[in-house]
Design a protein around this ligand. Sequence first.
Ligand code: PNW
Length: 569
Amino acid sequence: MSATASDSIMETGTFVNCFLLVISLVIIPVNGGYDKERDALLKGTFPQDFIWSSATAAYQIEGAWNVSDKGPSVWDTLAHQDNNRDTGDVACDSYHKYPADIQLMKQMGLKYYRFSISWPRIFPTGEQQDGVNQDGVRYYNALINELIANDIQPMVTLFHWDLPQVLQDRYGGFLNNHTTNTTVIHDLFGDYARFCYQNFGDRVKYWITFNEPWITSWLGYGVGNFAPQHNEPAEGQYKAAHNIILSHAKAYHIYDDEFRAAQNGQVGITLNCDWGTPKTPADADAAIRYIQFSMGWFAHPIFKNGDYPEVMKTTMTRKAQEEGRTTSRLPEFTPEQKAYISGTGDFFGLNHYTTVEVIDTCCTPIENPSYDTDKDIGTGHAPDWPRAASSWLYVVPWGIRNLLGWIKEEYGDPDIYVTENGRSDHDQDPAIMMDMERICYYMMYTNEVMKASNMDNVKVKAYTAWSLLDNFEWLSGYSERFGLHYVDFNDPTRTRYPKASSVFFKQLVRNNGYPEGSEFTKYVENMWYFCHNTTEAEVNGYTGGASQISSLFSLFLAIPMMIAYSLIA
Ligand code: PNW
């Protein structure tokens, strides 16, 4: 789309938005949830070299689950358990359609792309000695080359949950011998990382070792609803996390020792965390405990001192006493391991979507202990927090600013890359193409990120939208859509269609924020009240209110959006 064309969209948008403002004032009742001062629009721009990106993950988009010699991953196994499940067998077919994906990014003006490499697509069994799938290596080379040819920098995740099934079968995956020094899984992850640095590191300058180890540990090896579905909620997650942290450190040191001098890139890890806000002042300690038990579990060793947070250690020691155990269920690192782990992050990757209210439930001894009860907290949500399609996703923009500030204070002011943030819609007919609520989400959340950057001096260097495309949303399959682009999963060609949010995001990137006086900022100003109140309206009868209001708005937005579509298509 040319500059003039999109400017004219924005002009049409401004005109249209005078109506929007008037309508929103008339129709939508003001609700106490909107805090005029806290939620005010900040005008200004991000630092000049700010990274705007969008993200995907291998199992969620690639498909081609068994082409060439690719080995099965634990997610292939889970998805094939019965015939009623959605699978990633084809997904967005990005294994074949990656040039189309790259054109979408290019049209949005994105200069970075976060994707993940599938370990079993490179090493079918997970072990290099068993053989390399050369077609897999060719695929990632082609993807990376096509990105660079389009002036887009790759940001690569090595592990986004698709563990080679053979490693789970042979070694118990991340449960492998977690307390000895001969843990095979660390070395195998190290070999895989080394192979990726060797083959792709001349062009890839940003590496993320693990995506959301909290999910792999707790959902994969604790509760066991995610792959590999190991159910051991008292200890499984602590063993898995211990191994993941050490595997991460190994991959970091391999880069440091063997590649950094020649390749000059960065290696970090991506952690997920909800902001935890105390329900009452008495719940303040519980809210800290919530964050320490989720993000701190990984961040404290890696970014602070090589060891678990103090509050985790003391809580787990007390639990051991109450349970009559001689040792804590939380494993210990040796002094050598602590030194090895500490400082192994060149940047702090953060995935953030939502906020929870935390209440203190300390300290009733429990018969069947689990990670859930170990924290001695309860979580809930304020009644005026609007919701997305995913059951866990409440829209609380100010949460991300608080969390970014907390990371700055707690971990010595690291460079922070927001590696995921976004909002889901239901898969419904007709498709939600005028995705106003996603536009509002991105508008409100990125503005809070800008407050963290420009007002609180948090060194936030990147913002990544989840996701470039609608894709396989894990246990929810194709029923929840996070994409800036719509994918028709019934269409064998998996054609991609831009949603309204992709046009909004393009303007956001082009403006690098919300500069005073720009047409874009005027549009945002007019939308601001609507966005905060749409979300308010949603609360009062979730499906009714908001969708009616947004369909009314889409009537007005339809014209500029249709112009945008015809220009993109
Ligand atoms: C992240 N939860 O996962 C992942 O990194 C993505 O692969 C995923 O598609 C995205 O967020 C949206 O869900 C999460 O249940 C999965 O709280 C589940 C939860 C949170 C994050």
